[in-house]
Design a protein around this ligand. Structure first.
Ligand SMILES: [Zn+2]
Length: 119
C-alpha cells in the first residue's frame, strides 16, 4: 500500500527529529496532504495505527491530517481556481489544460510534543 510507504518515510523523518532533540516520544504528527495527490487520508489513518506500533517514540501518538485544497492555473486564460469543485475544468473558459500550483504535495507540517510535569 502506497500510504504505508509514505508513513514509514514520515516515521523516519520524525525519528531524526526525536534523536536531534533528545526526545523519547512524540504526541502527534501533523501532515498536510494535497487534494491533487493520490493519497487517501483514511488509508493513512488506518496505516498509522499499524506503523505507530513499530516505533517506540510513536506509540500512542496521533496522526492529524490536514487537507490542502488543490489549486490549478489555467494554461489557456491564466485563471486560478480550486480544482476539485470545478471538476478539473477552468470556470472561465472551460479548458482542462492547467498547471497544479497548490495541493500536489505531502508534507510533515508539525511534530507535537506536549509538556509533561517533571518526574
Ligand atoms: Zn481558462
Amino acid at each position: 500500500m502506497h500510504e504505508l510507504t509514505l508513513l514509514y518515510g514520515v516515521a523516519q523523518k520524525v525519528e531524526q527529529v526525536v534523536k536531534e532533540n533528545d526526545l523519547d516520544h512524540v504526541d502527534a504528527i501533523v501532515i498536510e496532504v494535497g487534494e491533487a495527490t493520490s493519497v487517501i487520508p483514511e488509508f493513512l489513518q488506518d496505516g498509522y495505527e499499524v506503523i505507530s506500533d513499530d516505533y517506540d517514540f510513536l506509540r500512542g501518538s496521533e496522526l492529524i491530517i490536514e487537507r490542502i485544497t488543490a489549486v490549478g492555473r489555467c494554461r489557456n486564460c491564466g485563471t486560478e481556481f480550486p480544482i476539485v469543485v470545478n471538476k478539473g475544468l477552468c470556470p472561465e473558459c472551460g479548458s482542462f489544460d492547467k498547471d497544479i500550483i497548490e495541493g500536489a504535495g505531502f508534507f510533515i507540517k508539525e511534530v507535537r510534543i506536549f509538556e509533561r510535569p517533571e518526574g
